[in-house]
Design a protein around this ligand. Structure first.
Ligand code: SF4
Length: 437
């Protein structure tokens, strides 16, 4: 049997993607007598492989329409298609309308094998899921070797230590896919993966690597002798623990992505993130800089307590707190999240066209301003923050000139948020393509 796995993207980008673990994990959880191939639509064109007996696709919300189109094309040729990943987990019944079966949650733990058995017996149907999120100790290694076109990826090795998160921000997908519990892999298994990495650069795919400080300390301590460079996402609260910060720095941490989200305490509270305190931002970010760690922050504009004044305030704070880079989005109410349910119940979803759920378009009616104020304010924040001279100024002021190479990496980390795309987006808006919903 041949299973063809596809990471769906509208069109390939070359030499600017990170390897991910989602499909290599599924391939790793596949019995060894089944042949598996992977097409990563982010770096190569997606072609129909007629030799496949089964096709599995993973896709994000904004790529769902393209995935549905591909599913139709495969089914027309008699090739059964199954879906998995974040969007399929969030709205399985919707996705099932386009696929033969849906796998929700994580592949390991028996659900994927169950689906494959049913397929072999010709009774593939419905939604497959594990009763409990699987134990992540002793998993088969992810099949990163199945990625073709190795040169089209940045020089980072994807690695994983934890799944889940210790928080439950209402806009976040994490609990939908990984469940409410934070799970960790044995430190020695992670170290073994790190030791086998073909590069010094380790990109942790975890949503919140430092969710449990005790585990993160043990992990960092064990990684110190390897002399790697670490890049990861974490909550900003990590910086409250100086011992953890010192160990992270000694383990080789170069870059963190932290969820800042808002400079309005009220808006943070509205998304269940009141534990992120605006008054701590500056001190905490300085602690990263003191250890030579580059800080990129995620921000959301258009939250419920935001007003037209929030944009100037955001620009001022982004500068004052010393962010090196930022991914700034408008609110995206991902289907299945508490935020999505709230917006739907309040009748504030402006569209269910998922291709617009990119963070670049307003897709919910803001509470504290008009749509036009949101769009104009958002464009202004982007224009100012991403000005090249502001990048240089930040690099010098934050004493990050020695980390100059991380600025393009930070853009690549969030490719659709890159400066050029932002610029194009703003110019597009200026050209009159204002899609008021
Ligand atoms: S801290 Fe980050 S990963 Fe955790 S729930 Fe909040 S947004 Fe999601």
């Amino acid at each position: 049997m041949h299973v063809h796995l596809i990471d769906v993207a509208p069109k390939p980008r070359r030499k600017m993607s990170f390897q991910t673990l989602s499909l290599p994990r599924v391939a790793g959880a596949t019995p060894p007598d089944i042949r598996v191939s992977i097409t990563d639509g982010r770096v190569e064109r997606i072609r129909i492989d007629r030799s496949a007996d089964l096709v599995g696709m993973t896709f994000s919300c904004n790529n769902a329409p393209r995935a549905y189109e591909l599913a139709r094309e495969h089914r027309r040729l008699g090739i059964p298609v199954v879906a998995g990943g974040v969007h399929a987990t969030a709205v399985p019944q919707e996705v099932l309308g386009h696929f033969d079966a849906v796998l929700t949650g994580e592949a390991e733990g028996g659900a994927w094998e169950h689906l494959l058995r049913d397929h072999a017996e010709g009774r593939l149907e419905g939604v497959y899921r594990n009763q409990q999120p699987p134990d992540i100790a002793g998993l088969n290694p992810p099949r990163i070797d199945l990625f073709r076109h190795r040169r089209r990826y940045l020089d980072f090795h994807p690695i994983e230590a934890t799944r889940g998160c210790t928080h439950d921000c209402s806009f976040c997908f994490n609990a939908t896919i990984h469940g409410p519990k934070f799970r960790t892999r044995p430190v020695e298994e992670v170290v073994e993966d790190a030791r086998g990495a073909p590069t010094r650069n380790l990109m942790f795919m975890d949503d919140n690597l430092c969710g449990k400080p005790g585990y993160a300390k043990r992990l960092f301590e064990a990684l110190i002798p390897l002399k790697k460079r670490l890049f990861f996402q974490t909550h900003l609260l990590m910086a409250a623990d100086l011992e953890l910060m010192d160990l992270a720095a000694r383990a080789g941490t170069r870059f963190v992505f932290v969820g800042i989200e808002s400079v309005e305490d009220g808006s943070l509270a509205a998304v269940n993130k009141a534990w992120n305190r605006v008054s701590d931002y500056r001190t905490y970010i300085q602690r990263f800089h003191d250890r030579g760690i580059f800080v990129s922050g995620g921000l959301i504009l258009g939250l419920d307590k935001d007003t037209p004044e929030t944009f100037s305030k955001t620009l001022r704070y982004m500068d004052e707190i010393g962010l090196d880079n930022a991914a700034v989005n408008m609110l995206i109410p991902y289907p299945g999240t508490p935020m999505w349910h709230q917006m739907r119940n309040e009748g504030r979803l402006l569209t269910e066209d998922y291709t617009r759920y990119t963070g670049l378009d307003p897709v919910v009616q803001p509470a504290g301003m008009s749509l036009e104020e949101l769009q104009d304010g958002y464009d202004r924040v982007l224009q100012e923050f991403y000005r090249p001279r502001n990048y240089v100024r930040r690099m010098v002021r934050n004493r990050m000139t020695g980390r100059w190479y991380l600025y393009p990496v930070a853009w690549f980390r969030e490719p659709r948020r890159s400066r050029m795309l932002r610029l194009g987006h703003v110019l597009n808006r200026r050209g009159g393509d204002r899609r008021a919903a």
